[in-house]
Design a protein around this ligand. Structure first.
Ligand SMILES: Cc1cc2nc3c(=O)[nH]c(=O)nc-3n(C[C@H](O)[C@H](O)[C@H](O)COP(=O)(O)O)c2cc1C
Ligand SMILES: C=C(O[C@@H]1CC(C(=O)O)=C[C@@H](OP(=O)(O)O)[C@H]1O)C(=O)O
Length: 385
């Protein structure tokens, strides 16, 4: 089974992930992981923190000579900002000189976490709630992407909407929609919308406010039959949705036509089935977004995620001082204005993990060549249906 866990606080020494179950013999260059880490740091609307960090992975275990060896892969990313926080974030006892945070931010984990864990300073909570943790998930996703590459499975994403500016995807030539996203600073393939998005982020930030939006993810060339209809927790759409919703500030996930399906009759909701000798079974539409009955159906998996606006506002919302219980403005801390472009990279990473996990579950293989043989045998069987 492929699984991972992460540890690390936003301003602690660093962030670490331990990834298990990746077959031995897979080529992984740490530079390829760094490319993904750098993609996550970009995007117009990020705050001052991203100018401090230059995320680079240190592979602590699980690989020799840029190849996996079957043992747990430990991936470490340093927090450069740690040197500015050593005292406040010290894991050993020191004389406290740090300011205690007293005014929880609506929309962040501050108040709920403080109540649950009995902390008196919600820094104990926000440090781990922070999306800094997504650096670890992107490192994990980068290794999973290398595994998926062996099977020609490719994952891409783009920004669909920021605030009230939505990309006009129909205006973009089809071949440019998915493969041109790195060209724009907000990772949106519609150049006119990108400009408007940047203007909106600039204006909103200058007003002390923040933005969310929508991002789209596409997973190509997934063989039919990943996930299962037989049990609730095996369904691939449910598993992917859990992963996307676990990304900080993601509040909705849609597959294929998603919420649009509420208003559409059955005759226009589903993807009719066709067959010819060359293609085998195929569809002319993909309203299901590539998943039926909790299983990949061989079509492209298409997802969109909605991100709420960032909860740390320079012009803070109303809150309560925890010590006096009097009305107060929430803490105003350094923050991003918009992180939808970065969230797209995180979404690619968590999708890569879920697909890699489902692939290993179906095809097994402690060694990459064993896994490839198993996939090839399955594909050969499908051809003979
Ligand atoms: C890439 C990324 C960057 C983020 N940056 C910030 C930020 O700078 N300030 C902030 O308050 N929240 C930021 N968030 C969102 C918070 O981490 C998130 O809202 C918070 O942990 C509460 O979780 P929830 O929104 O999922 O309920 C970011 C999220 C992502 C995915
Ligand atoms: C550090 C990252 O994102 C952070 C996520 C975040 C939050 O509250 O989620 C708050 C900000 O951190 P800071 O308080 O240090 O400015 C972001 O910069 C990162 O993405 O690597």
């Amino acid at each position: 089974m492929i699984r991972f866990t992460t540890a690390g606080e936003s301003h602690g020494r660093g962030i670490i992930a331990i990834l298990e179950g990746i077959p031995a013999g897979l080529n992984v260059n740490s530079e390829d992981i760094d490319v993904e880490l750098a993609r996550r740091q970009k995007g117009y609307g990020r705050g001052a923190r991203m100018r401090i960090e230059t995320d680079v992975v240190k592979v602590l275990s699980g690989m020799r000579y840029a190849r996996t060896i079957g043992s747990p892969i430990a991936l470490y990313v340093t927090n450069r900002d740690w040197e500015n926080w050593e005292n406040i974030m010290s894991p050993i006892a020191v004389d406290l000189d740090g300011e205690i945070l007293l005014k929880p931010r609506p929309g962040h984990a501050d108040l709920a976490g403080l109540m649950k864990y009995g902390s008196t300073d919600f820094r104990d909570i926000l440090e781990r709630a922070s999306a800094r943790e997504t650096a670890a998930r992107v490192a994990v996703g980068a290794v999973c992407k290398e595994l998926l590459k062996e099977f020609d499975i490719r994952i891409t994403s783009y920004t669909l909407q920021i605030g009230n500016v939505t990309a006009d995807i129909n205006s973009v030539p089809a071949e440019k929609i998915w493969h041109n996203t790195e060209m724009s600073y907000v990772r949106c393939p519609d150049a006119a919308a990108s400009k408007k998005m940047i203007q909106l982020i600039k204006k909103t930030g200058s007003q002390g406010d923040t933005l969310g939006g929508k991002l789209a993810v596409k997973i190509e060339n997934v063989p039919a039959g990943l996930g299962s209809h037989t049990q609730w927790d095996l369904k691939l759409d449910g598993r992917l949705a859990q992963s996307f919703l676990s990304i900080q500030a993601i509040k909705a996930v849609e597959f294929g036509s998603g919420s649009k399906l509420a208003a559409i009759p059955g005759s226009l909701s589903h993807d009719e089935i066709f067959y010819n000798d060359k293609k085998g079974f195929y569809r002319n539409t993909n309203r299901a977004g590539g998943i039926e009955g909790g299983m990949s159906n061989g079509e492209t998996i298409e997802i969109s995620c909605t991100m709420k606006a960032i909860p740390s506002l320079a012009k803070p919302l109303r809150s309560v001082n925890l010590s006096t219980k009097k009305a107060a403005k929430a803490e105003a801390v350094r923050s991003d204005v918009c992180a939808v472009p970065a969230a797209g990279i995180v979404a690619e990473a968590v999708a890569a993990f879920e697909i890699a996990k489902a692939l290993k579950e179906k095809f097994g293989g402690d060694n990459i060549e064993d896994m490839k043989k198993s996939v090839a045998a399955y594909k050969a069987r499908l051809k003979n249906i």
